[in-house]
Design a protein around this ligand. Structure first.
Ligand code: G1P
Length: 289
C-alpha cells in the first residue's frame, strides 16, 4: 500500500448561503478570527503529513490560490518597515512541506464530480478529502492526523462521523455502522428522518482507497440532481470494507451561519492574544441578555 500523501479540497461551490458576503470573495476565504477557513484546512492536512494538496476550483475562486502564493511586494514592504512579526505570520500562511495543485471543476455537478476532477493528480494512490466548510478543532492532534493513524493500521477507506439531531439528518450524508470498530454497513445522502439508518452524519473528512475514482466514473446523479460522493461510497462497500471514525474534538459546520458564528466565538475564546479579554467581555455581555 502506498503511503497517504495526497488530499483533495473541493472549493468550487458557489457559497450562496453566505450571500452577499460571498458575492466577490470565495466562502472559503471567510475568516474565523484572523485566518480564512481554507487556511485551517490546509494546516490540518499538513499536520497529517499531506504533501500534495489538490484544490478543485472554479474561475471565480482565484483568491484562494493567491492566498497561498508568495507576495513579494508585501514581503519587501514589511521588511522595509521592520515588521518582522507580521512577516512571520505572512510567511507561515503556506506550510513549507506542501505543494498546492489546482484543477478546475468546469460544471457544478456535485461533490462526487468534484472529487473525480482531481483524478489526474491523484493517480493510483490513496487520498484524503477535506471539505473546507467543516472546521475540526482538537487541542493536540487534528482530525485528519488521527484518521491517517487509523488508516496506517487498516489500509481501508475511513470516514469521519458525528452524531446529529434526528431532525438534522436531511442536511447530511448518514451512515449505518456495525460493531465497536464502526464498520460501515451502508449510507445514504440527505435522507428524510424516517428513512435515516442512524443519526451518524458524515462530517467532511474522508480517506479513500483509489478504487473510489473508478466508481465515481460510473456514478449517476443522486440527491439534489448531483453526482454524490456518498452514493459512490455506498457502491465501494460492495468491494471493500470501510470504517467510520468518531472524532474526539469539536466540529463546526461553517457552511451554516450558526456553525460559522459559533466557530468564531469559540476560536476567539481559545486565542492566546485575544481570548482573555474577549471572555471577560462575553461574560458581561451574556449576563446583560
Ligand atoms: C456534503 C456531503 C454530505 C456531508 C456534508 C458534510 O454535503 O455530501 O454527505 O454530510 O457535506 O458537511 P453538502 O454540505 O455539500 O450539502
Amino acid at each position: 500500500m502506498k503511503p497517504l500523501r495526497k488530499a483533495v479540497i473541493p472549493v468550487a461551490g458557489l457559497g450562496t448561503r453566505f450571500l452577499p458576503a460571498t458575492k466577490a470573495i470565495p466562502k472559503e476565504m471567510l475568516p474565523v478570527v484572523d485566518k480564512p477557513l481554507i487556511q485551517y484546512i490546509v494546516e490540518e492536512a499538513s499536520e497529517a503529513g499531506i504533501t500534495d494538496l489538490i484544490l478543485v476550483t472554479h474561475s471565480d475562486k482565484s483568491a484562494i490560490e493567491n492566498h497561498f502564493d508568495k507576495r513579494y511586494e508585501l514581503e519587501s514592504e514589511l521588511i522595509r518597515r521592520g515588521k518582522t512579526d507580521l512577516l512571520e505570520i505572512k510567511r507561515g500562511t503556506t506550510p513549507e512541506n506542501i505543494r498546492i495543485i489546482s484543477v478546475r471543476q468546469p460544471e457544478a455537478l456535485g461533490l462526487g464530480h468534484a472529487v473525480l476532477c482531481a483524478e489526474p493528480a491523484i493517480g493510483d494512490e490513496p487520498f484524503a478529502v477535506l471539505l473546507p466548510d467543516v472546521l475540526m478543532y482538537h487541542p493536540h492532534k487534528g482530525c485528519l492526523k488521527q484518521m491517517v493513524d487509523s488508516y496506517n493500521r487498516t489500509h481501508t477507506s475511513i470516514i469521519a462521523l458525528t452524531e446529529v439531531a434526528m431532525d438534522e439528518v436531511e442536511k447530511y450524508g448518514i451512515a449505518d455502522v456495525e460493531g465497536s470498530d464502526l464498520r460501515i454497513a451502508g449510507m445514504v445522502e440527505k435522507p428524510k428522518p424516517e428513512d435515516a439508518p442512524s443519526n451518524l452524519s458524515i462530517v467532511g473528512r474522508y480517506i479513500f482507497t483509489p478504487r473510489i475514482m473508478e466508481i465515481l466514473k460510473q456514478t449517476k446523479k443522486g440527491a439534489g440532481g448531483e453526482i454524490q460522493l456518498t452514493d459512490a461510497m455506498a457502491e465501494l462497500l460492495r468491494y471493500e470494507v470501510m470504517f467510520g471514525f468518531t472524532f474526539d474534538g469539536v466540529s463546526y459546520d461553517c457552511g451554516d451561519k450558526q456553525g460559522f458564528l459559533q466557530a468564531n466565538v469559540e476560536y476567539a475564546l481559545r486565542d492566546k492574544a485575544l481570548g482573555k479579554e474577549f471572555r471577560e467581555w462575553l461574560k458581561l455581555f451574556a449576563s446583560s441578555l
